[in-house]
Design a protein around this ligand. Structure first.
Ligand SMILES: [Zn+2]
Length: 124
């Protein structure tokens, strides 16, 4: 696939994202979940793992406002609810500026060839 980014493990993550699946790794040794993709578990050192789908929700941890017109100006860093020690970057899809600790959900789209991950405010 052209436009694939990242190493072997993260390439699989992007492929799944392109299909609308938001996944993290789950360790076959201890059951710990991790993101971004790594070859082995930092907790128990096991190398066996599988993907598991999780709710793509979390909270805004911080953000930066870019000065380029493309892609989108604001990039947020999200603390994943499903994996509390993991953060995910993405574009901002809110109508107003993000707020610290704001609850968000992922918006999965593509730009035609690559998956795009953005985050929008969610209530509750
Ligand atoms: Zn483990």
């Amino acid at each position: 696939m052209s436009g694939t980014v990242g190493d072997r493990d993260s390439a699989q993550w992007w492929e799944r994202l392109a299909r609308g699946e938001f996944v993290v790794q789950e360790c076959d040794g201890c059951g710990g979940r991790r993101f971004p993709a790594r070859a082995f578990c930092a907790g128990c050192r096991a190398e066996a793992w599988h993907w598991v789908r999780v709710d793509p929700v979390g909270r805004v941890e911080t953000w930066t406002i870019g000065h380029r017109p493309f892609p989108e100006g604001t990039v947020v860093r999200i603390r994943l609810a499903a994996v509390p020690d993991a953060t995910v970057f993405g574009g901002w899809a809110g109508e107003r500026a993000p707020e610290y600790g704001q609850r968000v959900a992922a918006v999965l789209t593509t730009d035609g060839s690559r998956p795009l991950l953005r985050w929008r405010p969610r209530s509750g």
